[in-house]
Design a protein around this ligand. Structure first.
Ligand code: MN
Length: 252
């Protein structure tokens, strides 16, 4: 075990620039075209930074759908730990967080450690999750390009939600349910285990994660206990469609 770690370090040290290039995914070529920030997606808007960003709302803003104590523990303990462990993994595996893109690291996650996989995924997923929610009264619905794609691929918003709920409820153990925009420009629904996500090269369901729902017990157990289905249903009341619609416009 120790020997493997050492040889990996030596490999990274001796290969220098090549290893950095690998570690940063397409960051070398992205210098030529600043809008290409990801192995598969031309993301014109903001990308997810390597550190935690402040919540845009208070811990109790999502009540009664998600309770304040769950939000506080989730953000300050669980998500904070992913961010810290991601920083440690980046330092150990020569990822320069000033220049690399988290999306690129995820796109070539098979080249990194399990620690990187769990925490790069954990951090990205949670940062996206916080932004994907808003005060219950301000939640609207899919619109514009996103609504068109949802209606094309699922027939209706209701049918899309039903299928998404099924993915969220049936994910065994800990994981995430996703609305994914594939390279073939089709929307699909899927789920991933643990902190994996559709940007990862090792993921069964691949594409751009438009919307994701955390179905780890830590996301709902204090209020909902074993009733994951009730949590999933209530979560729709706080989806920040304004953010999701805009997020989709940037890649579609
Ligand atoms: Mn979580």
């Amino acid at each position: 075990m120790k020997k493997n770690n050492k040889s990996r370090r030596q490999f990274l040290q001796t290969t220098g620039a090549t290893a950095l290039g690998l570690a940063a995914g397409l960051s070398v070529s992205s210098k030529a075209n600043a809008s290409v920030k990801n192995t598969s997606w031309n993301i014109s808007g903001e990308t997810i930074p390597f550190t935690q960003t402040p919540l845009a709302y208070k811990y109790d803003a999502l009540e009664p759908n998600i309770d304040a104590i769950t939000m506080e523990i989730h953000y300050t303990k669980h998500a904070a730990a992913y961010a810290k462990n991601l920083a440690d993994a980046c330092s150990a595996e020569n990822v320069n967080t000033q220049t690399a893109k988290l999306e690129d690291v995820l796109g070539s996650i098979s080249k990194y450690s399990v620690k990187m996989r769990n925490n790069a995924g954990g951090h990205y997923n949670h940062e996206l999750f916080w932004k994907s929610m808003t005060t219950a009264g301000s939640s609207t619905g899919p619109s514009g390009k996103l609504l068109k794609c949802i209606e094309k691929d699922f027939n209706s918003t209701d049918a899309f939600k039903t299928q998404f709920n099924e993915a969220a409820k049936s994910r065994f153990g800990s994981g995430w349910a996703w609305l994914v925009y594939g390279a073939d420009k089709k929307m699909i629904i899927g789920s991933t285990a643990n902190q994996d996500n559709p940007l990862m090269d090792i993921s069964d369901v691949k594409g751009f994660p438009v919307l994701g729902l955390d179905v780890w017990e830590h996301a709902y157990y204090l209020h909902y206990q074993n009733r994951r289905a009730d949590y999933v249903t209530a979560w729709w009341n706080v989806v920040n469609w304004e953010f999701i619609n805009k997020r989709f416009e940037e890649v579609a």
